[in-house]
Design a protein around this ligand. Structure first.
Ligand SMILES: Nc1ncnc2c1ncn2[C@@H]1O[C@H](COP(=O)(O)OP(=O)(O)OP(=O)(O)O)[C@@H](O)[C@H]1O
Length: 353
């Protein structure tokens, strides 16, 4: 029997965490799991005052990992003293080559766009909430460091805490677990993050946030094909990417570049979404195609990728986001919300959420 990382993680979900009552993977206690041939090692990251309680858990976790067929298993308890806020400095870590799965997260979907302002964050927030409403355990990582908008869209302003100065506890709203660079720094600071500091900080955000067990993590990428998108894609194993574009030619040109980037990185493009497809007047209901219409459909056909949705430009979509509850939460029965719900159903149908 070959020991795999997935197999070990699954086995560890059968070990109960005495503090939270859930399993040790879902509780985020298991850290730094590595499987190298028949050798398995991991850390149980715990509150220093609970070392005695966790010794039995450590033994149970070792036994569970061993039962997967591993030749050697080493589980150690680490306990850290509390600190107020973590520093998001890149840490030198021995990271195996190639994109890695994040422990406890079944699927990761990136939402990208070639150009800024086309509605990528709106789509990310609505998809996350639509999936959560369908009972999926959903996380949302706001990696749009140039303009983090998820705190506003999901209506959260609490700063994330770190009980040990190492792991970050995410925030929650609308049944979605969320972490954003916008919650760690004030908006102006976030905009100043550059280069390797930014890239390293984001990778750490993905790996060191205690997401718990998730069916799906939606990553709201910055627009374009810059360092952040490239490096996250190289480090984390993505199930696919969704490309958001308006129907305008200029946006489509940039969207094509984003698709090329994902193709080069071997990330499946799950489909394109045309946003601001038609303007529906909130008074009379009349439709107008302000940015044109159907451009994304034609582009998707040309590139051989599915068109997942055409989302209208509608005042209610913006108002809902500005007020901190996406339209799928505030008006789930509206035609606008139903478009997002259909995409959520399609993603579940594709087996990626
Ligand atoms: N379909 C829509 N109908 C009405 N307003 C929309 C729609 N999509 C997005 N918006 C609004 O347009 C603005 C830009 O949207 P959003 O922030 O989602 O774009 P983005 O692509 O993530 O931008 P950035 O490049 O800054 O990250 C927001 O005010 C949002 O509420």
């Amino acid at each position: 029997m070959t020991t795999t990382r997935e197999g070990v993680l699954k086995a560890l979900t059968r070990v109960t965490d005495p503090v939270s009552g859930s399993n040790i993977v879902a509780a985020g206690v298991v850290r730094a799991l590595t499987v190298d041939g028949g050798a398995v090692s991991f850390v149980l990251d715990i509150d220093p005052s609970k070392v005695k309680v966790y010794e039995a858990v450590r033994e149970a976790a070792e036994a569970a990992a061993k039962a997967t067929g591993a030749e050697r298993v080493s589980a150690v308890l680490t306990a850290h003293s509390a600190m107020e806020m973590p520093e998001l400095k890149p840490k030198p870590k021995v990271v195996p080559e190639g994109p890695q799965r994040v422990p406890g997260i079944d699927h990761i979907i990136a939402v990208a766009s070639g150009k800024g302002g086309v509605g990528k964050s709106t789509v990310s927030a609505n998809l996350a909430c639509a999936l959560a409403a369908k009972g999926r355990r959903v996380g949302l990582l706001d990696a749009d460091v140039h303009g983090p908008s998820q705190p506003r869209m999901l209506g959260v302003s609490d700063r994330p805490t770190s009980p040990d100065g190492k792991i970050l506890l995410p925030v929650h709203n609308h049944d979605v677990v969320m972490m954003s660079i916008g919650l760690l720094a004030n908006e102006n600071q976030a905009l100043l993050w550059r280069g390797s500091r930014l890239v390293g900080g984001l990778q750490q955000m993905l790996m060191d946030v205690q997401w718990g067990a998730l069916d799906c993590l939606i990553v709201d990428l910055p627009p374009g094909t810059g360092d952040v998108s490239m490096s996250l894609t190289e480090k984390a194993k993505l199930d696919g990417a969704i490309i958001v574009s308006t129907p305008q030619d200029v946006a489509l040109l940039d969207a094509r570049r984003a698709i090329e980037m994902f193709n080069q990185l071997d990330v499946p493009v799950l489909g394109m979404i045309e946003n601001m497809s038609a303007h529906v007047c909130s008074n009379c209901g009349q439709e107008e195609h302000i940015f044109g219409h159907g451009g994304v459909k034609t582009e998707a056909e040309g590139l051989g990728v599915p068109l997942l949705a055409e989302i209208p430009l509608h005042l209610d979509i913006r108002l809902a986001s500005d007020r901190g509850a996406p339209i799928v939460v505030t008006k789930p029965d509206s035609p606008q919300a139903q478009v997002f719900q259909q995409v959520a159903r399609d993603l579940i149908g594709m087996g990626v959420a």
